[in-house]
Write a protein that binds this ligand. Structure first.
Ligand SMILES: C=CC1=C(C)c2cc3[nH]c(cc4nc(cc5[nH]c(cc1n2)c(C)c5CCC(=O)O)C(CCC(=O)O)=C4C)c(C)c3C=C
Ligand SMILES: [Fe+2]
Length: 491
């Protein structure tokens, strides 16, 4: 209704006016939404201007809280003051939808008595060369990375030990070439900080945590802190735009198993953003980066846009139903559509990089396509890493060094590479919007036990498994197929 007769003739709300919160001051409250427990109340303090008309001036403060069924807003239910501006920076409104002047203003209804947490999930990377082998062990010990039949699960850790030892020298070379360690922790911390700042600017006060799957700060460490901070609502945001069983899937499964076994955490409403590659803000941010890098070439329209995504074994997609390839292809189409709307219609292609081990991975392979393109006479190429939003070993070493060298050897003359999104402000703003949009759908995780989890807590059982597992792994490694597998991990 129109809120008139209060000296605020231009203010309307979608709910009903319920009276002054404080008769001695120029504050009033409106009931803007109702729920099962009462009404959601917005209070405004008004300001008298020089011509004695009363308005909600730009520096006015809105208060909001939950009223009881009779519409009485108790002091204990009053939440922190909130100032919300419309895009013109002039409108003040709080919970619900309010109309000020002619414009509708939607305001997220996050109650500030809640302690909101945002957990960013990422892969993690070794910070020093000494960390490389134990990091690789954690990675290969993950049943979502090396998927053994259930019967052979007891081999997971001995096999991880073996493969990590075999792989470590090659990995170390790569990390040494990019300065002796992964930049992932630093960049993810910067993204977390930037996200917290943007959320704050959008009036959502949240603690942002980083939980890595295979190195510090481990997901378990982040969750420990979340508990310590008594977070009451959590948004989980994996920093992978597209979902894969091996990345977001693995982190989410770990999270679920921890939450289900903890009485406090199992009651915390959680909202998980499984993938977000369709978001307009992300697509536009990627298109901005590509558009900018194209300008560096002398003939931008002749450049082949080469999307290079981290691969997964093909069995993930074709047997386990991983949506990764479909999502990747759709993501690339959306980016190209956005570029087309900006009159950029370059040729483009998608290939998959970073395969490890003896099995077939998603095709075509980046290295093979680069050679083919060179042979076909492509002279200018812009590489676009698309499965990850930070610089890491596979952009800094594999693309910038190995693939660049291969491309130049194959006849490509002009090479460029789009940087990872990192802390690009349009991107971080979009992540903040994703978090705000996800918050209302937060729900408690079930307390049921995940039967797929292997119980590693019994030390005797663990020792027996380790002993027999090592022998079996050793014997298996003597078979020709596994010898060739081992060679593949080494190279
Ligand atoms: C979307 C991104 C990623 C997918 C999918 C993915 C699957 C996947 N990875 C391996 C094996 C390794 N990955 C390694 C490093 C690594 N992987 C990703 C991302 C994805 N992995 C990132 C961002 C990183 C780098 C972290 C850093 O330190 O900068 C490594 C270690 C490096 C190396 O030795 O090459 C391995 C090994 C598998 C087997 C897999 C799918 C099953
Ligand atoms: Fe990987």
């Amino acid at each position: 209704m129109d809120v008139v007769g209060l000296g605020v003739p231009h203010l309307k709300t979608s709910g009903s006016f319920i009276g002054n919160a404080n008769h001695n001051s120029s504050e009033f409250c409106t009931r803007t939404t109702t729920n099962g427990h009462g009404a959601s109340i917005t209070c405004y303090s008004t300001k008298k201007s020089q011509d004695h008309s009363t308005s909600l001036a730009p520096h006015s403060v809105s208060l909001h809280g939950l009223a009881d069924r009779n519409g009485i807003l108790r002091k204990s239910h009053l939440l922190e003051p909130v100032i919300n501006r419309n895009p013109a920076g002039q409108t003040f409104c709080s919970v619900g939808t309010c109309t000020v002047g002619q414009s509708l203003v939607e305001v997220p209804s996050h109650a500030t008595h809640e302690k909101v947490g945002v957990l960013l999930l990422n892969l993690g990377g070794p910070e020093t060369l000494q960390d490389v082998q134990p990091f690789l062990f954690n990675l290969f010990a993950d049943p979502d990375i090396i998927r053994l039949p259930r019967l052979f699960r007891f081999l997971q850790r001995p096999l991880a030990q073996l493969i990590s030892l075999l792989r470590a020298p090659k990995s170390k070379e790569g990390y040494a070439a990019i300065g002796g360690g992964s930049p992932l922790r630093r960049i993810t911390d910067e993204q977390a900080h930037a996200l917290q700042m943007v959320l704050q600017a959008k009036k959502m006060h949240a603690n942002v945590y980083v939980g890595m799957r295979y190195w510090h700060p481990f997901t378990e460490e982040a969750i420990h802190q979340i508990k310590k901070d008594r977070i009451t609502k959590l948004v989980v945001l994996p920093l992978y735009p597209q979902y894969s069983i091996s990345t977001s899937g693995s982190s989410i499964r770990l999270l679920q198993s921890i939450f289900r076994q903890d009485s406090y955490l199992s009651g915390v409403p959680v909202s998980i953003i499984k993938s977000w590659y369709r978001r307009e803000g992300y697509i536009k941010s990627m298109a901005d980066l590509i558009e900018r890098e194209l300008q560096i070439f002398s003939k931008p329209e002749e450049v082949m846009i080469f999307f290079s995504a981290h691969g997964v074994p093909i069995s993930y997609v074709e047997e386990a139903g991983d949506p990764y390839r479909d999502q990747m292809e759709e993501c690339i189409s959306l980016i190209m559509e956005e570029l087309k709307s900006r009159s950029i219609s370059n040729d483009y292609t998608l290939a998959y990089q970073s395969r490890v081990g003896p099995v077939q991975w998603l095709k075509p392979y980046t290295d093979e396509v680069l050679v083919e393109l060179g042979q076909k006479g492509v002279k200018s190429l812009l590489a676009v890493p698309v499965s990850f939003v930070s610089e890491h070993i596979e952009t800094l070493e594999e693309i910038d060094m190995e693939y660049k060298e291969l491309a130049l050897e194959s006849g490509i003359e002009n090479w460029g590479r789009v940087p990872a999104l990192g802390c690009t402000s349009s991107f971080i703003t979009d992540l903040a919007d994703a978090v705000i949009e996800a918050l209302p759908s937060a729900m408690s995780m079930s307390t049921e036990k995940d039967s797929s989890l292997v119980d590693d807590t019994d030390p005797v059982r663990y020792a027996i498994n380790l002993f027999f597992g090592s022998i079996l792994a050793f014997l298996l490694l003597l078979s020709p197929k596994l010898i060739s597998a081992a060679r593949n991990y080494l190279n």
